[in-house]
Design a protein around this ligand. Structure first.
Ligand code: SAM
Length: 312
């Protein structure tokens, strides 16, 4: 089970996203209802979060277009708002599930219950689409939040059953800065369970990489000093160790990019727009920071949807 320090990483991610949204990096109407506090982060952090959120969104949209009827499972979703952003952009989502530990899901559910805007995003308007709540789980026709420990595969399986997931439908599993907090045997067994249970799956994994160098060591030390243990650090050594964990867990292919490669590969007009938002004094610092995060996709695609062609 996660420590308080790991749970608190969600507050940090949410505050950083709010900072970038407030500065105009991207639009997110739902976020303000989930995080009230405003903290202005540095331009490097804002640009880093922009690359992270924009690239993940582009991968998800391409998966939705390619797959037709499909599902999304957001592992360690925290206060992420992807579901509301996709809905606002007109995407119909048949089954979207968020999983996190109960201290996080219960806080998110309490905020949803108090926000008309968030509630309106969840109900589909179809008859019989009532929202069922308890303290830590929420079920509606197409959107679910469930509490589970990702290192306990049986618990995850039981909760996904309650959401009515269909093991035959193409399913995207998103893990945004999450697997690194699970010890390697636990994340490996979660990934193996997913690839052996779901017929067609596509993983989008964002997290730290290249932690073996000097800058990486400082990142790890800073997290340790807040009490945060990176139990899965073995898989964050370098690009090959990140992709290998998926290939060894039943995926048949994988792609990986550092966030510098992502930043350079995003549409030029988007980068030119965000670079006009605020002055960046220390370009070198941004490059160093982005070299220590990666975006990885991996898939099992027996029906040949074409998951190997999805890039950001
Ligand atoms: N994915 C969200 C985002 O990017 O905004 C939140 C990221 S936050 C850095 C990490 C999240 O993983 C936290 O919400 C934490 O509670 C969750 N987490 C860590 N270990 C977990 C576990 N064993 N089971 C379920 N959730 C876990």
């Amino acid at each position: 089970m996660s420590s308080d320090a790991v749970i608190a990483t969600n507050d940090d991610a949410t505050i950083c996203k709010r900072s970038a949204v407030d500065m105009g990096y991207w639009k997110d109407e739902a976020l303000a209802s989930l995080v009230l506090s405003k903290t202005r982060k540095t331009p490097e952090i804002n640009r880093g979060y922009f690359s992270r959120v924009a690239s993940i969104y582009r991968l998800v949209e391409k998966f939705l277009r390619m797959s037709g009827k499909c599902q999304i499972v957001n592992l360690g979703a925290g206060f992420d708002t992807l579901f509301w952003r996709l809905k606002a952009d007109g995407h119909h989502l048949d089954c979207y599930v968020e999983i996190d530990v109960s201290p996080v899901t219960s806080k998110k559910i309490a905020k949803i219950r108090n926000s008309k805007a968030l509630l309106t995003g969840i109900v589909s308007g179809e008859s019989g689409d009532d929202i069922e709540f308890n303290v830590s789980d929420l079920h509606s026709q197409h959107f679910h939040i469930v509490s589970a420990d990702l290192s306990n595969t049986l618990q995850v399986e039981a909760k996904l059953k309650k959401c009515g997931v269909n093991y035959g439908l193409p399913t995207l599993f998103l893990s945004e800065c999450v697997l690194v907090y699970l010890d390697t045997p636990s994340s490996d067994s979660l990934l193996k369970w997913i690839t052996s249970s779901f017929e067609s799956c596509f993983f989008v994994n964002y997290e730290q990489v290249n932690l073996d160098d000097k800058f990486g060591a400082v990142m790890v030390r800073n997290l340790h000093s807040c009490g945060c243990v990176l139990a899965g650090i073995d898989s964050c050594k370098d690009k090959p160790s990140q992709t290998l964990r998926f290939l060894n867990s039943g995926c048949t292919g994988a792609h990986i990019w550092t966030l510098n490669e992502v930043y350079d590969g995003l549409p030029r007009e988007d980068i030119e727009r965000i670079e006009r938002l605020e002055f960046l004094d220390e370009k070198e610092l941004l490059v160093q920071l982005l070299e220590h995060y990666c975006l990885c996709t991996a898939w099992k695609d027996p029906k040949k949807f074409g998951f190997d062609e999805i890039d950001f």
